[in-house]
Design a protein around this ligand. Structure first.
Ligand code: ZN
Length: 237
């Protein structure tokens, strides 16, 4: 099987469209989504509708959860909070309902999908380094746990290695793989990011995709969303 794994689209339609086109070229069997389809970006409805139309298996991110439970907004910084309230006011009722029904985890053969961390899928903890990753491996049984949330593409191996580039999966090792962000990369690279897992060749590859980030940035400003959200897209921070 070949899976494309996408995460943290954040209402960025230009990035999502280019990533879906790249996925089509790369011929996968299934697309999986790790949440934060909305939040920050100017096109939440259009992004949700693409995911729904393609029947992509998805889990909830903290930005989805905050739409259903506003008490979570207290954990958001002021810019994220302002954007989340704008998103809630912009989403069509049927799209809000779809997002509210997303599960916190999803399973495929030997693969777990979660937005933040396998041990606390509802608390949206970040896994930012190898120490935090090593403490999570006992929290799931599958060989691979895919995560998003930090927007930083990274592969943690159960033997303590960390990779930032594509890898061959080693026999006997398990992996926590952060697939990066489609719509708001924060690793100093402004290109959209996603991953492809090939379970026959046992490889995982990061794919970076150029898109019209200036167009998205303009839309963010025209929508009245915080200007910082436009600036960070152009710099990938
Ligand atoms: Zn996110």
């Amino acid at each position: 099987m070949r899976y494309a794994v996408i995460s943290d689209i954040h209402g960025n339609l230009e990035a999502l469209k280019k990533v879906l086109r790249s996925i089509k070229k790369n011929k996968v069997d299934e697309i999986l989504c790790l949440g934060d389809i909305v939040g920050y970006g100017p096109n939440p409805n259009e992004c949700v509708e693409r995911i729904r139309k393609m029947d992509i298996k998805a889990v909830a991110g903290n930005h989805e959860y905050a739409l259903a439970d506003e008490s979570l907004l207290e954990c958001f910084n002021p810019i994220a909070k302002e954007a989340a309230l704008w998103t809630k006011g912009t989403l069509k009722p049927e799209n809000l309902k779809y997002l509210a029904c997303l599960p916190f985890t999803a399973k495929l053969p030997d693969i777990l999908l979660v937005h933040g961390s396998p041990i606390g899928p509802r608390s949206f903890d970040y896994i930012l380094n190898v120490i935090e990753a090593m403490s999570q491996f006992h929290g799931f049984e599958e060989r691979i746990c895919f995560i998003g949330h930090s927007h930083a593409p990274m592969i943690f191996s159960s033997d303590g290695d960390v990779f930032r580039k594509s890898v061959s999966l080693q026999e006997g090792n398990r992996y926590i793989i952060n697939v990066g962000s489609v719509g708001q990369p924060r690793d100093g690279n402004s290109l959209a990011c996603y991953g492809i897992l090939d379970t026959c060749n046992l490889t995982f590859s990061f794919i970076r995709v150029d898109y019209n980030s200036r167009k998205t940035a303009k839309k963010i400003i025209n929508a009245g969303l915080p200007v910082f959200l436009a600036e960070r897209l152009l710099e990938g921070r």
